[in-house]
Ligand binder design. Sequence first.
Ligand SMILES: *Cc1c(COP(=O)(O)O)cnc(C)c1O
Length: 345
Amino acid sequence: MRDLQELVRPNIWSLAPYSSARNEYAGREARVFLDANENPYNKPFNRYPDPLQLELKEALSKVKGVRPECIFLGNGSDEAIDLPYRIFCRPGVDNVVAIEPTYGMYKVCADVNDVEYRTVLLDDDFQVPADELLAACDDNTKIVWLCSPNNPTGNCLRREEVVKVIEEFRGIVIVDEAYSDFASQQPLRADLGKYPNLVVLNTMSKAWGCAAIRLGMAFASEEIIDIFNKVKYPYNVNQLTQLQALEAVKDPFEVDKWVRTLLQERARMVDAFKLLPICNHVYPTDANFFLARMTDAMQIYNYLVDRGIIVRNRNRVKLCQNCLRITIGTKSENNELLAALRQYK
Ligand SMILES: *Cc1c(COP(=O)(O)O)cnc(C)c1O
């Protein structure tokens, strides 16, 4: 890996971050808060939240096995996807390399930040050799984006190839593990200590059932997390989200139960789809969704919409012609989908 200073934009490296009222008395006991121009009434909403979400990070640290200093929390993964562009990529100069097809936000944020977005097409098994990704990089490539399990394909990328990219690329490698709770592979965040250029993304939106509260995570070296914290909005995770996330983290066994149920349902749905005459192929999945190649994705999608059932039409996405992406729902929701598809003519 190149020196972090060489990778970070010069204006960010030298940035003096906003200093909020609450981080200036740091650490000492306080009882009377007359520093932040808050209203003393209307508890518990009147106070600014902890800008570094320390209590929540302590709790997440235990569940995720990552030190609190190595955790960034943001307004959904969206924030954790946007920040690396603002930190590392000089607009109009630097570029990033990503797989295709993959999650759409990496490209949207590249476009917003005026950063060239290069793609390497996956093969027929939705895999990519490390060498192809490395060959797409040049001296101005700051980030390689990987997503495993990948959205919309559902599969995990081969670990040897991912590790090879991390070891050989001299910039930042971001691996989005939004769906790792559903995967059989060990999550990469467990190896964070080995790779100073690795950033792993997690979210509370999927297995944890908290898409509404908007909480995303990045795990990386303390040095990289410090820069995330310097660039983010001071109070980027609001108090309601912090409180609700703390509640959720108290009960990880509930999440395990959901995951087990969803995996059972996933197996049942995949088997059922394979028997549908209108389904030509079901791709292997390590996520809480699967990709199915249909006889006519457009027509089937519209047929389902007419019955109030919404799936994701991926027909227009490269390598996904005639594919629908099906999220695993409750047993009765899944049964409704199957019943409708069995009646399709
Ligand atoms: C759903 C999803 C996320 C979650 O994004 P949030 O902003 O945290 O809700 C992140 N990455 C991928 C690949 C996803 O599919």
